[in-house]
Design a protein around this ligand. Structure first.
Ligand code: CP
Ligand code: NVA
Length: 312
């Protein structure tokens, strides 16, 4: 089956549903779309299509990058928050999903449970794209892989060190790393860990490729020899135990000293939004090793690739 047929009409709920060859193809398409955008070459591959966006959590990057990507592709987006939809009055997801499906060629959704995006996907013919759940943030993962490939020339054979909440973004990076041949070290205080379903998947994939998936409370072990240093907030959207987390994770900060434990040419990444003075210092995010704004830009190019490839 051609790559086009493999991806056309498929949901984008988690990168665990994709083969490495498919992820690499999406990255190639994203790089091509980035080139076209840089050269101001029009690329309206989805002219006349309509794309619904339902966001139940805050967003800056994901919302704007999708809306820009959809506009560049010649399609139209509709943005809604559940509080203003009949969902808030108890209309079931399965009815909402079937109605949106009659109007729209895809749904981009940011919510809490992975089961919610799965339910929309079950009741919609059109592709459902996960714009972040508690479990995973596949759009971020794809943009991060493109950024690493651009700055390091490859993904396989590198070491990524992750510091921060061992949640959606961390879990996505574990999936990407283990599928694309990169070692990943997650530094978290004792008692914190990524979800078991992700650990199991990443360990199985890493074993196939002879790479490492390590969760450690030793920040130095995670950072030594790292090519990519990735920080994320200690407290994610929906968490109530913010003060407890800040205290528990306080020692896991990327600052001038801890960044120096990584390779001298390591890049610094962060999905943003970031909290200066918590998971990283201002000096690091603004410093020469930081690629966070390239990473943010790549959200638009990779999401555009997902839409162009998957919307039928
Ligand atoms: N990284 C990311 O998803 O950012 P937003 O929450 O601003 O969309
Ligand atoms: N872990 C973060 C990611 C934000 C883009 C959160 O869910 O809040």
């Amino acid at each position: 089956m051609s790559m086009r047929e493999r991806l056309r009409g498929k949901d984008f709920l988690t990168l665990m549903d994709f083969e490495p060859v498919e992820i690499n193809f999406m990255l190639d398409v994203a790089a091509d779309l980035k080139r076209k955008w840089s050269m101001k070459e029009p690329h309206p591959y989805l002219q006349g299509r309509t794309i619904a966006m339902i966001f139940e959590k805050h967003s800056t990057r994901t919302r704007f990058s999708f809306q820009a990507a959809i506009a560049h592709l010649g399609a139209q987006s509709f943005y809604a928050v559940p509080a203003q939809m009949q969902l808030a009055r108890g209309e079931p997801i399965k009815d909402t999903a079937r109605i949106i499906d009659r109007y729209c060629d895809a749904l981009v959704i940011r919510t809490y449970g992975q089961d919610v995006v799965e339910e929309y996907a079950e009741y919609m013919e059109s592709p459902v794209i996960n714009a972040l759940t508690d479990l995973t943030h596949p759009c971020q993962g794809l943009a991060d892989m493109l950024t690493i490939r651009e700055h390091k020339g490859r993904i396989a054979g590198l070491k990524l060190a992750y510091v921060g909440d061992p949640w959606n973004v961390c879990q996505t990076l574990m999936v990407c790393s283990s599928l694309l041949g990169m070692d990943i070290y997650v530094a978290v205080p004792k008692g914190w860990s990524p979800a078991k379903v992700i650990m199991d998947f990443a360990e199985e994939q890493a074993k196939k490729r002879g790479t490492e998936v390590v969760v450690t409370d030793d920040l130095e072990e995670a950072l030594r020899g790292a090519d990519v240093v990735y920080a994320n907030t200690f407290h994610s959207m929906g968490h109530k135990d913010i003060e407890e987390r800040k205290k528990a994770f306080a020692k896991y900060q990327i600052n001038r000293e801890t960044l120096s434990w990584a390779k001298p040419d390591a890049i610094f990444m962060h999905c943003l939004p970031g909290y200066r003075g918590e998971e990283m210092t201002d000096e690091v995010i603004e410093g020469p090793q930081s690629v966070v704004f390239d990473e943010g830009e790549n959200r638009m190019h990779t999401e555009k690739a997902v839409l162009a490839l998957m919307v039928p």
